[in-house]
Design a protein around this ligand. Structure first.
Ligand SMILES: Nc1nc2c(ncn2[C@@H]2O[C@H](COP(=O)(O)OP(=O)(O)OP(=O)(O)O)[C@@H](O)[C@H]2O)c(=O)[nH]1
Ligand SMILES: [Mg+2]
Length: 425
């Protein structure tokens, strides 16, 4: 979408990063590389990078006032449409910088929201994005936040929330209420659907954006999920059946990717989509092994999993894109420190059998809690149970024994058969 008043195909952007005391310049450069990719995904061309060392963030301007004045000159000279900060700006900072520079000011969160708005397809995703956008924009909808009322469209002001931007805060609040109720309804529908498949083992693909989660789903299940060398190609969860080598069927779930500084509003709004991962029995944490920020990306994913309170689930680390890895020495290091893990190329189909086998082993190793009832005289079956499971409690009732136990999934199948065989006496 084009911004009103310009005939430019893509908006021209300047990006800004800040080096704080103790931070490595190289880390900031990598963050800006990622911000540039985000800007590109949103449809902007980055023509200039500004990096400033700062001990203290200025409460009014984030950068020093002098630096912002420099930015204003640069904006005119380069005819830039927007300035994007890697750090989150307070509504006041954004407003102050905007009034000095005279163009649109965005931060990383605003940019990510814009991309989500762009990529949202289903009713659920669109509702979730609009809610996150409005929550983000609400404190920014002031008289002085002029570009919102001046312009329609363009990066930072488009998507499902677009039509809401010109109305006042009271109406925005009302709309937020409507969206929240709608999401509750969607969440209930999802929960009902989930109930129907609650007995089936579920593995969820989680990970940083653009690491190859959807490619893995497509390769393993012949799903036709969109794969793109773009950030946040996937915003909805897709669930497909998948047959393991022992013919057990499980469900594989692809869902939205994570990124550094994923806006909190987004995580909150995407709760019902992420709920699919929350309810999984196994997490497949996919990592792009060619990334320069491998560790940081893994840490980001870990902290989102923590925020979702699912970091205690069994996790298999799936290092993808090994076909594109130049320095193979990291393999040894990662193999030693990141067990359980696999190294694959989903696109080239390398080591996919090992991957399938690892999933099978982890599924089989899962422990299931069961309660079974046997006739009192089935003493042989009872002793077999002791071999197959950890017995948690035994209760005698009339002529039956009620046993609570924990068993591996394989043994749980055997136990079910044993119970059926002994049911008649
Ligand atoms: N070289 C190489 N590229 C891969 C491999 N797997 C995926 N890719 C590429 O990585 C990019 C992202 O792939 P996706 O499957 O869309 O990644 P995703 O994790 O689902 O990304 P989002 O949904 O955007 O979060 C695409 O350009 C893929 O072609 C691989 O094994 N090797
Ligand atoms: Mg995807």
């Amino acid at each position: 979408m084009q911004s009103v008043g310009t005939a430019k195909e893509r908006e021209i952007a300047i990006i800004v990063g800040i080096v704080r005391p103790g931070q490595e310049r190289s880390v900031i450069d990598e963050n800006l590389d990622e911000l540039e990719l985000l800007a590109d995904t949103a449809g902007a061309v980055v023509v200039e990078r500004v990096v400033q060392d700062r001990h203290r963030l200025d409460p009014a301007f984030m950068l020093g006032r002098g630096k912002v004045e420099e930015l204003a000159k640069m904006t005119k000279y380069l005819d830039a449409d927007l300035i994007i900060f890697d750090d989150d700006l307070s509504p006041a900072q954004a407003k102050n910088i905007e009034s000095l520079c005279g163009n649109k000011i965005l931060d990383r969160s605003g940019l990510i929201l814009d991309i989500f708005a762009r990529n949202a397809r289903t009713r659920e995703a669109r509702t979730q994005v609009e809610l996150a956008q409005l929550n983000y924009l609400l404190p920014r909808l002031t008289r002085q936040w002029t570009h919102l009322s001046r312009q329609v469209g363009g990066i930072g002001v488009r998507g499902p929330g677009e039509t809401q931007l010109e109305v006042d805060r009271r109406l925005v609040r009302r709309r937020i209420g409507v969206l929240e109720r709608e999401l509750e309804k969607i969440a209930t529908q999802r929960a009902n659907r989930r109930k129907n498949r609650s007995h089936v083992f579920k593995a969820a693909l989680v990970g940083y954006t653009n690491v190859g989660k959807s490619t893995i789903l497509n390769t393993l299940t012949n799903a036709q999920v969109l794969v793109e060398d773009r950030l946040f190609a996937t915003l909805d969860s897709t669930i497909r059946g998948f047959e393991l080598s022992d013919h057990r069927r499980i469900l594989l779930i692809d869902t939205v990717g994570f990124i550094r500084k994923l806006p909190h509003h987004l995580i909150a709004s995407f709760k019902s989509t992420l709920e699919e991962a929350v309810n999984a029995d196994l997490l497949l944490h996919v990592i792009d092994i060619t990334s320069h920020n491998l560790r940081e990306q893994m840490d980001t994913v870990d902290s989102v999993l923590e925020e979702l309170k699912i970091n205690d689930k069994p996790i298999l680390k799936v290092f993808n894109k090994i076909d594109a890895l130049e320095d193979k020495s990291v393999l040894t290091e990662l193999r030693a420190s990141e067990q359980p893990c696999v190294f694959i190329s989903a696109e080239r189909g390398i080591f996919m059998n090992e991957f399938r086998e690892k999933i099978r082993a982890l599924v089989t190793a899962q422990v299931r809690q069961m309660t079974v009832t046997l006739p009192m005289h089935a003493t042989k079956a009872l002793s077999q149970l002791h071999d197959l499971a950890d017995i948690t409690s035994i209760e005698y009732q009339d002529s039956t024994v009620i046993i609570r136990l924990k068993a591996s999934i394989d043994n749980a199948d055997r136990i079910s058969r044993l119970v059926v065989l002994n049911a008649e006496g």
